[in-house]
Design a protein. Sequence first.
Length: 641
Amino acid sequence: MCNKTLLRNSLIGILLGMMLAACQPSQTTQGSPTPDVPLPSATPTPPPRSLVICLGQEPTTLYPYGGASRAMWSVLEAVYDGPFDTRRFTTQPVILEKMPSLADGDARIQPVEVAAGDEVIDANGELVALAAGVTVLPAGCNSPDCALTWDGSSALQIDQLSVTFNLLPGITWSDGTPLTAADSVYSFELTSDSATPVSRYNVHRTASYLAEGETTVTWSGKPGFLPDNYDTLFWLPLPRHQWQNLSAEELLQAEESTRRPLGWGAYVIQNWVSGDHIELRKNPNYFRAAEGLPKFETLVFRFLGEPADNNLTALLINECDVVDQTSVLEKQLEPILELERDGKLKAYFGQGPEWEQVDFGIRLSAYDVGYSPFGAYRPDIFSDLRVRQAFAYCMDRQWIIDRLLYGQSSIPTGFYPPTHPLYLDDLAALPYDPAAGIRLLEEAGWLDVDGNPQTPRQAQGVAGVINGEALTVRYTTTQAPLRVAISEHLAQAMAACGIQVEAAYYNPAELFAPAPDGILFGRNFDLVQWGRQAADCTLYTSEQIPSRANNWLGFNVSGYSDAEFDAACRQAVRTRSDHPAYRQRHQDVQRLFVNQAPSVPLYFRLKMAVSRPDFCGMEMDVTARSALWNIEEFDYGDACR
């Protein structure tokens, strides 16, 4: 299906056959006049329509619990439709009748009696055994303002959430077997199995997950666990009737789970040629078939590798209809924009939620075991807020967006991209202002002693730093060309403020090596540029600092620790969305983050896809698992005019 030469030869053969047929003399019976009667013309059967999507990676597995990747979910979007789609950070049901809600009664919060030894969620959101001295949110309390420390003997009630999900009737697996609530319960059982390599965060906080009839499943949580995102409490249905004789461990390798999983979506996997392509056909039992979906008889995923120029070339010579976001398209951003301007392709962009950032080494891991400013360790440069803010003022981030990203991104301010409901449009990032940066550096004691702007500033009266110490820092990142270009530009911008920057480039295995010896997670850097998803404030709390005490588990690699920020974050994340102060508390902690500057967010990372110019149906949504989230609606040609 994917070989262009074979397709071209087939087309040539068809055309030659038509030409030869047209050149043959008409044959009539000798002596019989040719009847002057018009012959009926046969309506040619149109060839099956095919959609070809080029991927930057070949999936290692298609088993959802066997190791998630973007490439895997690009393919599985065709196999499974839902169970939910996420649009602009809002969950929409696909195979459910509706999203449960407290207002409609299919989500319920009720007080339950708890006793010593019961597993509950404490006021910090941790799963604990109830005992004297444990602080919890008692029944009716939905924020830390009314938390209670249990005395070990008084009667205590804590709220318990239960949620009922109702499947749409009539949905079947592609083999025609009805999809039932029991298939979702089976999926829950698989994720509960220790052999399945997935997070069991929600499993551990589940009291029960039960099928009630063919289409209804009810989840009940452990007391105190009251999440707002109910979609995380419904488990992706998996085909119990096909897999039930395989153990959780066997499913990690079995052909029927890893290479040809049964689904209920628009397409069914037919063939997987390793290193080349996966071929799928239209699912005749698709529950949206009456809507004329999907639009293609066959679907092919080609594996052309990550280099974007390979995939762009394949698109331009019609070997691909779509190049999805698994290709590293940002390396070809300029030619993509030019080709779109010339009408040669369509480009689709989304910002975040991941971002690229520069973290300060505020507290190095070496400081944990005792720091002497006159010893072998690096001077304490970044514990002073004025210095961190000065560095931010001296980084020309807008230049990166304008010149390297061609205006397709923006500078993060709070934790969320512009499409997020909690995004603050009145919260501004510190601008590029070298004069402001210089003023702050001088206030902090970093002076231009020799009057030469070409040399680094020196410490004069900086607490914990030897007088005369030069303001020289090491800028650490990977060898990726874009990061190298950014580091070179920022080094020049910071030099104008009297900050000398020495760049150090590592391959990802070195930079992200495990702690304590690793550079990033071992907290062994001055400045480090890397990418992450700043989902919320918790990634910057003190408890997230990787250290020996917590077995080096955590993402707050800067070592930033601030009691006010910790308290504000704890209050925000433990406040339910129906509390009057919910939005204000999330705004407050975002403002603290910007003002405290534990890191300097550079830009929202781009999600990109491209297609042939006559394509329609694709909508880039950064909250979806893949740009192909609505693959059943894709089309091209006359239907898109």
